[in-house]
Design a protein around this ligand. Structure first.
Ligand code: AQP
Length: 331
């Protein structure tokens, strides 16, 4: 059976981008057709300036939202990365296979290191080595497929390269994974700045729809979305990115094809109104299940405990094999 692995970072409140670009596909498709693991990758949240209490709170919220988005712990494994030591163990071996140059070429490293410096902070070494830990997350489970939004494809490519290199140097050890993407909304853009990804650690709140936003807040944010200078509603990602973003969000939430949907509108106002209502309807069940799960924290704790036990059992043979292959003396 196909093995699937993916995760979310507790670096901020989860957004519509996380949901449409990744989580919804995990719940609606991946968990039903594969042996899947979904993870709150909390170690990755320590790569930038962080507040410990906030990371703890956001990790719990992210785990609860994974379940609220429809992941069923009877069908898949849901857990927290730091509860399974194999991720950090394997990450070190992959740092010994990766090069400094390939880590520095990662777009996310370049963008985030600039952002950290602009905020007056220093760049943590873990921000540079982050892709080795992400490769470990994936390779520790013999993963075949990694369903991610467009922004994470480069990191999955690096995980592939590291798997191939390790296998070539030390003998066949890892499965070589590949990234998969949703058909629409693989890159949801910021409503106020359609040139930038809707990112959860950005500061431009009005351009970001959070999964737990109240319906009125969603409506306000979508109605104030930046559109483009041109006349008429057309789907053109390069020339009309603001309108294209709304059409993609509408297509992802209500069904249909962005280009075909464009033909049904002659004003931005009507498009925004329908998009807002479609988003509210798509998020309604998630918000409702989240509320119910918050009333039962023991259930969420139990899911995460069982998930971590199961994940440890799945990761250990892969990681032990890598330790042996690379030349370490068995304990
Ligand atoms: N805007 C997006 N559109 C489509 N997919 C997206 N994803 C994230 N944003 C969008 C996908 O959601 C999954 C989990 O994301 P993540 O937690 O690894 O990272 P992030 O949300 O990109 O957040 P960061 O890196 O902490 O900060 P920001 O957001 O500021 O860059 C992934 O599959 C991702 O592709």
């Amino acid at each position: 059976m196909t093995r699937v692995f993916s995760g979310v970072k507790p670096t901020g409140h989860l957004t519509l981008g996380n949901y449409l670009g990744a989580m919804r596909q995990w719940a609606e498709e991946d968990q039903h057709r594969s042996d899947a693991l979904f993870c709150v990758v909390d170690l990755h949240a320590l790569t930038v300036d962080h507040d410990p209490a906030r990371v703890r709170r956001l990790s719990r919220q992210a785990a609860t939202l994974l379940l609220a988005s429809g992941l069923d712990p009877e069908r898949c494994t849901v857990f927290v990365q730091s509860h399974v030591d194999e991720h950090a163990r394997l990450s070190y071996l992959l740092e010994c296979v990766a090069t400094d140059g390939e880590m520095r070429r990662m777009i996310q490293y370049k963008e985030k290191s600039v952002r950290e410096r602009e905020r007056g902070g220093s760049v943590r070494l873990s921000l540079l080595t982050y892709p080795a830990l992400m490769a470990a997350d994936i390779l520790a489970y013999g993963t075949d497929e990694v369903p991610v939004g467009e922004d994470q494809t480069q990191h999955v490519e690096l995980a592939r390269d590291l798997a191939v290199r390790f296998n070539h140097r030390y003998g066949h050890t890892f499965t070589v994974p590949r990234a998969t993407r949703p058909k629409v909304a693989a890159r949801v853009m910021n409503l106020q700045d359609p040139a930038s990804k809707m990112g959860k650690s950005d500061d431009t709140g009005p351009g970001i729809v959070y999964l737990l936003d109240e319906p009125d807040t969603v409506r306000r944010k979508v109605m104030r979305a930046v559109t483009d200078g041109g006349r008429g509603v057309v789907y053109d990602r390069a020339e009309r990115p603001g309108v294209a973003n709304l059409l993609e969000i509408l297509a992802a939430c209500a069904g249909g094809d962005p280009e075909a949907l464009a033909g049904g509108y002659d004003s931005y106002g009507a498009l925004k109104k329908d998009t807002a209502e479609a988003v509210i309807e798509a998020l309604r069940p998630v918000r409702e299940r989240h509320q119910a799960l918050c009333a039962d924290p023991a259930y969420v704790d139990g899911v995460l405990r069982t998930g971590a036990e199961r994940a440890r059992g799945m990761a250990r043979p892969w990681v032990d094999a890598a330790y042996r292959a690379i030349g370490l003396l068995p304990a």
